[in-house]
Write a protein that binds this ligand. Sequence first.
Ligand code: ADE
Ligand code: ZN
Length: 357
Amino acid sequence: MDQFIKGLPKAELHLHIEGTLEPELLFELAERNKVSLPYKSIAEAHKAYQFQDLQSFLDVYYAASNVLLTEQDFFDLTWAYLEKANQQNVRHVEIFFDPQTHTERGVSFDAVITGISRALQEAEKTYNMTTGLILCFLRNLTAESAEQTLQQAIPYLHLIQGVGLDSAEVGNPPSKFVSVFDKARDLGLLTVAHAGEEGPPEYIWEALDLLKVSRIDHGVRCLEDDRLVERLKTDQTPLTVCPLSNIKLHVFDNMEEHPLKRMLEKGLCATINSDDPAYFGGYMNENYLEVAQSLNLNQEHLIQLAKNAFTASFLPLSQKEKLMRELDEYVSNSEPLQNLYKIELRNKTIGRFIKAI
Ligand code: ADE
Ligand code: ZN
């Protein structure tokens, strides 16, 4: 299972670049930029990454972002993530960034987007992967602030595929952002939104009907509303699910209770993603492996999840088909998982026998 997941060609569609800031790089950038940190050591930072809910995580995540000041910092952050993604055979990524987190501190929009985009372009050449960039508005801030951010993005539209909506969900419904999403779509941008992570199913309805999103980020609370499930299934609206995130933020008590398998079995277009991997204990492979083990997923489920992500991506059809062919080739060249189990079992038995003699 482990080997099969590692080699599986994957796409990641829900990844906050600020959420990939590992404590090691956090300390390096703090020193480079002479920014003081609330932690004495890398180990202390790791220990502090225990959260009760989304807000308690966001407090830590925004505080850490203070070390990001220059174009080079944004390049280094993004490059570190892309190196890991490539090692995990992530063949396509669509990255979220939160410009307001930085522009509110006096960092220029240009430094943020240029640093991130330079790393994306470098990865396309070096790793032969494909990439996209999605600008997220912080929903806890005002709609006017989102509009100003969209204005700042206009000179850089060639670098951006779409806009999204993130940060503290409850009390900040999608309906607050109808006007800025209308403007973004008029500019030719696609739209996505976090909805139904902590917020109710009504927020998913609003994201679909008012913001006209192409995908729902998280969306795990859709299962509370049968009519909504039917709508998401009929339209095959992709849901970018983040299993380790949901456990770390106590959306579900443990991975055995995670609804991902039920979502697949209801015919929903669910995908696996890492959200904020530096904080939630794993990147793509760790997310795949944890759910596969806890929910007893089989090879067909894993293949379906990988396919769903290629289908749900903002790539042109020809590129999606190319990735699908790569996936088909990988599957037809790999051992069926039942056989892998047998080999593993046989190796364990031989190991025990050798130990015994
Ligand atoms: N920003 C970063 N991670 C987030 C999440 N899981 N939900 C909402 N906003 C976020
Ligand atoms: Zn997210």
